[in-house]
Design a protein around this ligand. Structure first.
Ligand code: CA
Length: 227
């Protein structure tokens, strides 16, 4: 999952970054309205965590610009937004929910609850109600980041898990290598040009050669049955 954290409090931002990266998510942090907007113009994020009181203005402005962007102007103007507010900001919460925010937490919040809410937002944004993903003999639990093949646990690295989840979530759509990289790596990561190929190779070794298919010249996909 690719996450944008918009937060100007360095302590909160750093804590979130560490916690969310431990979950295997790619996290970028932006401290201002201006920088958050640049990030949203550049990349499709899966979830945005948005603080309201930012250095150069109100986080609600980011939300408003995101939701009101003309079709095609941004990589993803429908990306789920979770607002992080102080306890006394009831009117701000109402206002931002009505502006198109999807959920909110009040500070101080429990990071595990936040992560669970983010998984729920992601499920809804890909049109899925079930927490577990079942694809032929493969069962994926995004909450515990565990994978079963024919009921037996399979040990995947964090990147391998991320690629598998990304492909299964949108199956049978094809994701290009660039789209997969965008989902898995934040801007600070240095990328080997063949990193995705290597991870897919390992996934096939662990899950079966047919688990991930290649559409030559386009990208990778998982068939409905993953057989
Ligand atoms: Ca703030």
């Amino acid at each position: 999952m690719r996450v944008l954290v918009v937060e100007d409090d360095e302590g909160i931002a750093a804590g979130l970054e560490v916690h969310l990266r431990q979950l295997g998510w790619a996290v970028d942090v932006m401290p201002s309205v201006a920088e958050a907007w640049l990030a949203l113009c550049a990349e499709p994020f899966d979830v945005v965590l948005l603080d309201l009181g930012l250095r150069d203005g109100d986080g609600a402005e980011v939300l408003q610009r995101l939701r009101q962007a003309p079709a095609g102007r941004l990589p993803d103007s429908a990306t789920p937004v979770l607002i992080m507010t102080a306890r006394d900001q009831v009117s701000s919460r109402i206002q931002t929910l009505d502006l198109g925010a999807d959920d909110y937490v009040t500070k101080p919040f429990d990071p595990d609850e936040l992560a669970a809410r983010m998984r729920a937002l992601r499920r809804r944004s890909v049109g899925r109600a079930q927490a577990l993903l079942v694809c032929g003999p493969i069962q994926i639990d995004p909450a515990t980041r565990s994978v079963l093949l024919h009921g037996r646990p399979v040990n995947l690295s964090s990147r391998e898990f991320g690629i598998l989840l990304a492909l299964v979530e949108v199956r049978p759509r094809v994701l290009s290598r660039a789209q997969i990289e965008t989902r898995l790596y934040n801007w600070d990561n240095v990328l080997d040009s063949n990193a995705v190929e290597v991870h897919v190779h390992h996934l096939r070794k662990k899950l079966g050669e047919g688990a991930i298919r290649t559409l030559r010249g386009v990208g990778y996909f998982v068939a409905e049955d993953a057989a």
